[in-house]
Design a binder for this molecule. Structure first.
Ligand code: NAD
Ligand code: DAU
Length: 362
């Protein structure tokens, strides 16, 4: 039975990954979820697994050396799946140092503690141990509107404090692989969407605002392009890499689903209108009239597009959920889980939203 140490498992992708892994392996794996529970960490995402005998939650900061060391000392960890990070670009523009602390120093601490626990006295590593560093396509910078893709060989050119901090953490993991032969992989994935995403990100924010009759703040001209992947397909890719990826390799993950932001926002309104019954009073305000163009994000990357050729050829990964189906499933999930949304938006997120958007929307 393999023991997985998942960092950031109470966040969006981490909690989906924990569900995916228990769904696939059941009692054949053990998962320890270490999460600091920042504003983005929500144990409600894991309600249905919290009683499982092969699941343990540890509230700790990935920067805390003693806490992470203790987890490795008390458990024979086979895999680390490292999600924990500050993940929102807009917040990184306001508070860059926090991103350096969590994403760079936190990753440094995680790989150091894993190295310490897994290294033999002769400098080799215990058999079968692996560290998977979950990263982003944003490290590659921005593509021109008229073409090109991000490959694993594309030079790093991050623009935001978020992507610069993720690029730095990738570099540290690469340095550990080169210097110590530290058994690791890196995945660089495109924009995820699906259940449990915090409503500061484009898709859940637009769904939540539309249903509440609030304006839909579209940055700049709305024509920035993101490459959207259903979160379960990302989880599947991570599982494949941890299981059969070639050590020391990087894999780009994406499903060739490039969409302009404005197209996403219009799709959300269209699908919500289909979901809302004719006698639901919200139907009156869920219209394109809510779309409001606002000041652009500083340093806003124009286009992202992943070439997933390597993971497809080497590991046989393919996305299962196409965008048309995935976006419907996602909108439907939020629509049916407004209680989940309300628990978040009634807390400190409300203040964040006010601070971030009140000037833009006034
Ligand atoms: P998220 O913000 O939803 O979740 C992050 C989680 O990390 C939260 O549970 C939070 O409490 C935890 N965390 C933050 N700081 C911590 C700390 N110091 N110690 C312990 N836990 C801490 O993020 P997400 O969207 O689920 O992203 C997860 C990972 O995937 C990140 O590394 C991100 O860079 C990467 N990624 C995200 C996307 C995407 O579209 N969301 C795409 C590619 C890669
Ligand atoms: O590409 C992968 C990355 O995708 C991940 O590494 C990040 O963790 C994740 O947050 C995401 O980053 P983005 O900046 O692309 O996601 P976000 O949902 O914040 O924005 C998507 C696009 O929508 C982007 O072009 C900005 C725009 N946008 C966003 C918000 C929140 C708006 O137009 N209005 C908004 O209110």
């Amino acid at each position: 039975m393999k023991t997985f140490l998942v960092t950031g498992g109470a966040g969006f992708i981490g909690s989906n990954f924990i569900h995916y892994m228990f769904g696939k392996y059941g009692e054949d794996i053990r998962i320890i979820n270490v999460d600091k529970l920042t504003y983005a960490g929500n144990l409600e995402n894991l309600k249905d697994v919290e009683e499982l005998p092969n699941y343990t939650f540890v509230k700790a900061d990935i920067c805390d050396k003693e806490a992470i060391r203790k987890i490795f000392a008390e458990n024979d960890i086979d895999r680390v799946i490292h999600f924990a990070a500050e993940s929102h670009v807009d917040r990184s523009i306001v508070e860059p140092e926090l991103f350096v602390k969590t994403n760079v120093l936190g990753t440094a601490n995680m790989i150091n503690c894993a190295k310490e626990a897994w290294e033999n006295p002769d400098g080799t590593f215990k058999e079968g141990k692996r560290f998977l560093h979950v990263s982003t396509d944003e490290v590659y910078g921005s593509l021109p509107e008229d073409g090109g893709y991000f490959y694993e060989t594309t030079p790093y050119a991050p623009h935001s404090p978020y992507s610069a901090s993720k690029a730095s953490s990738d570099m540290l993991v690469k340095a550990y692989m080169d210097t110590y032969h530290f058994p690791a992989n890196i995945t660089n994935c495109s924009n995820n969407y699906g259940p449990y995403q915090f409503p500061e990100k484009l898709i859940p924010l637009m769904i939540n605002n539309a249903l509440a009759g609030k304006k839909l703040p579209v940055y700049g001209d709305g024509k920035n392009v993101r490459d959207w992947l259903y979160v379960e397909d990302h989880c599947k890719a991570i599982d494949m890499v941890q299981e059969k990826g070639k050590l020391f390799e990087t894999y780009n993950v994406g499903g060739h689903n490039e969409k302009q932001n404005i197209e996403i926002v219009r799709t959300i309104i269209d699908v919500l209108r289909e979901e809302l019954s004719d006698d639901d009073p919200r139907k009156e305000h869920v219209t394109y009239d809510l779309i409001t163009y606002v000041e652009d994000r500083k340093g806003h990357d124009r286009r992202y597009a992943i070439a997933p050729d390597k993971i497809r050829a080497d590991l046989g990964w393919e996305p299962d959920t196409m965008f048309r189906e995935g976006i419907r499933k996602t909108i439907d999930w939020y629509f049916r889980h407004m209680d989940w949304m309300e628990h978040i938006t009634s807390g400190s997120y409300e203040k964040y939203y006010e601070d971030m958007y009140s000037a833009k929307l006034s």
